[in-house]
Design a protein. Structure first.
Length: 242
């Protein structure tokens, strides 16, 4: 892996050159595959829809990245996970399994085409600068607590039961503002109170401390766009980790 300065330089070059963008995607396929695998709680292969979604999101990250926004791979990781979550939500509204490569309707468009269209539309209608500012601010706040986006991805629950326990703890804290205020004031995660209030085992919460800490930090400020991507976590829906 290149150091961060080299990565940023390569990303900026890839913004202006499609071939360089393709080369960068190929170079970081292990990273892209790894991030996709975390979203499906298993090994992601080229046959999995999430594999294609992750590559599209990585290219989107190249186009949308600014070096003032922190580490590129942290930004790309968040975008990959967000796009896969969006895809899984859309897929869940269909009965059975629907491939993103299968043609739909009279126009013969695939679900992959629809996702790309949705992404283009979002870029036209959503203030990308606001999203970048949120990511930058959150990254800075997380750094003060000694965690990064990659830490959160590595620490995310993989089992449904574990995710449910962490979600219950996050929801409990979100509903009890004094816990969030205390977190910001003391810098300490109130594990005992989270366990008692949510019914989750403390040792389970301790194993995923960084993940829970990041989710709670997102609840402490005006991260409206980021919270929108993560709302499924607090709603308690969805079987796979996010």
């Amino acid at each position: 892996m290149k150091n961060e300065h080299q990565i940023v330089k390569a990303v900026y070059a890839a913004k202006e050159d499609l071939q360089k963008a393709d080369d960068l995607i190929r170079q970081y396929m292990p990273f892209i595959r790894s991030e996709a695998s975390k979203c499906i709680s298993g090994i992601c292969t080229e046959q999995d829809d999430e594999y294609s979604i992750a590559m599209i999101a990585f290219h989107e990250a190249i186009l949308g990245y600014e070096k003032s926004r922190g580490a590129f791979l942290g930004y790309a990781s968040m975008l990959i996970r967000s796009r896969i979550i969006d895809f899984q939500r859309k897929e869940s509204r269909h009965r059975g399994h629907l491939s993103i490569h299968a043609e739909q309707g009279e126009e013969g468009k695939t679900l992959l085409d629809d996702i790309a269209d949705d992404s283009d539309h979002a870029e036209e209608t959503v203030n990308l600068e606001a999203t970048r500012q949120e990511i930058e601010e959150l990254s800075a706040v997380m750094a003060e607590f000694g965690i990064s986006f990659s830490d959160v991805a590595d620490d995310s629950p993989r089992q449904e039961r574990t995710m449910e326990a962490c979600t219950a703890a996050i929801r409990f804290a979100a509903e009890n503002r004094h816990l969030l205020d205390g977190l910001l004031k003391t810098g300490k995660l109130p594990l005992a109170q989270l366990a008692a209030g949510s019914g989750a085992e403390r040792k389970t919460l301790e194993r995923h401390r960084k993940y829970i800490l990041a989710m709670l930090l997102i609840q402490t400020n005006g991260y409206e766009i980021i919270r929108g991507h993560l709302r499924h976590v607090l709603s308690g829906k969805g079987g796979k980790s996010a």
